[in-house]
Design a protein around this ligand. Structure first.
Ligand SMILES: Cc1cc2nc3c(=O)[nH]c(=O)nc-3n(C[C@H](O)[C@H](O)[C@H](O)COP(=O)(O)OP(=O)(O)OC[C@H]3O[C@@H](n4cnc5c(N)ncnc54)[C@H](O)[C@@H]3O)c2cc1C
Length: 357
């Protein structure tokens, strides 16, 4: 039997259930509750804290390196590719404004792309450098990319070529997610951890979400912000997991590297972190093997990351590895931008599946 207090404050009708407490799910809950302050909103998260890509990533606050952007311009066409840059740029500005630079550990160190001396990508970027800057001028306000070959030696990097832009930076993803979670909870949203949704059914007036502990939550509307884990709940959405592997070195005495760096169209990336180097990527070396939700690392990719460290990032320097981890992104089978889709024909709020690329 429930008291009136329990009923009013803890088990009233749930207007919106959000599955997944990553950055997408938490912002969805926050924005909805701002629009509807009287509605009960519950976020269900399978981990003891957010455990998806939002807390496994590399903390790059970026909108794309030159070679990656040129690839997108060719593959997607100018309109779509530029729209994507604009969304990333505005998203970054909104994130900083919403939570504050201090709270997310934002460091305005800029974004680099480095090319090995004999890399064909360098020629491609050099040929189209000015036209790329011109295409982005309308979004970013000025010619943003400059050549920065003169900083290579000072940063202790192996030889090659390098571009830089002043608008990108690094964040502390752990601090960011804590700040966001706090804001969401302060707004009155209830966040339940260790609440993995195993299945769901749609009734006439509510969606029933069955949780692994045997309980169920009935909500008027549901949003699934489950990213790389989406295929378990909605295989028809065609979202595939894409695991990314990362490693972090121990502190390196005299490290002069500072900034966020991309290599090989963004397939490798590295940055400084408190006197150490964090490096990730290499998924393109085993795409089939990395199409998995399973947490773990593989010798093939970890060795490739260490090889980039040895030959390009820390040439001639001794280093040891402190930590290795992986995280899961969600990609659409057909490629394309993040999927935000209404699945239910019902009016008002849809059930939606969100996956981010
Ligand atoms: C290794 C790696 C490096 C990256 N580096 C960067 C970077 O430097 N910069 C950048 O901008 N982006 C980066 N990304 C991408 C970025 O992290 C993601 O795009 C972003 O975090 C996605 O947020 P999300 O909320 O959509 O998903 P997630 O953070 O993955 O959140 C999904 C949540 O849903 C939960 N969940 C799943 N299934 C269920 C269920 N059945 N029941 C309950 N809960 C469930 C999960 O536990 C998880 O917490 C990186 C990603 C990875 C993996």
């Amino acid at each position: 039997m429930k008291s009136i207090w329990e009923e009013r404050s803890f088990s009233g009708e749930t207007a919106l259930a959000v599955v997944g407490a990553g950055i997408t799910g938490l912002f969805t809950a926050l924005n909805y509750s701002r629009k509807h302050p009287d509605h009960r909103v519950v976020v269900l998260e399978s981990g003891p804290h957010p455990v998806g890509a939002s807390v496994k990533n590399a903390g790059f606050a970026c909108f794309g390196s030159p070679s990656e952007l040129l690839h997108d311009l060719d593959a997607l066409g100018e309109t779509t590719a530029l729209q994507r840059v604009e969304e990333r740029w505005h998203g970054l500005l909104e994130l900083r404004q919403e939570l504050g630079d201090e709270a997310i550990g934002f460091e305005p160190v800029g974004g680099y792309e480095i090319f090995r001396a004999d890399n064909v990508l360098y020629t491609r970027v050099a040929e189209r450098f000015d036209s790329l800057n011109a295409a982005l001028r309308g979004i970013l306000g000025k010619d943003i990319f400059v050549w920065a070959d003169d900083r290579i030696a000072a940063m202790g990097l192996g030889s090659g070529h390098m571009t830089w832009n002043a608008l990108e930076g690094a964040v502390d993803s752990g601090k960011l997610m804590r700040a966001l979670l706090r804001k969401v909870q302060e707004s009155g949203v209830e966040v339940r951890f260790n609440a993995k949704v195993g299945s769901w059914t749609e009734g006439q007036h509510a969606v029933a979400l069955r949780i692994h502990d045997g309980s169920a939550l009935h909500a008027k509307h549901a949003v699934f912000a489950t990213n790389g884990f989406s295929r378990a709940l909605a295989p028809e959405c065609g979202i595939l997991p894409a695991r990314g592997q990362v490693l972090l070195t121990n502190a390196i005495p005299g490290l002069s590297l500072k900034g966020t760096f991309h290599l090989d169209e963004g397939y490798f990336y590295f940055r400084h972190y408190q006197g150490r180097v964090l490096i990730g990527g290499g998924r393109h070396l085993d795409k089939a093997g990395e199409t998995t939700e399973v947490d773990g690392t593989t010798p093939q990719i970890q060795q490739a990351l260490e090889e980039v460290l040895r030959t390009l990032v820390l040439p001639g320097k001794d280093f040891s590895i402190a930590q290795r981890w992986s995280g899961v992104m969600g990609f659409r089978e057909q490629g394309g931008p993040p999927l935000v889709e209404r699945l239910s024909p019902a009016a008002c709020w849809p059930r939606a599946w969100a996956a981010s690329a």
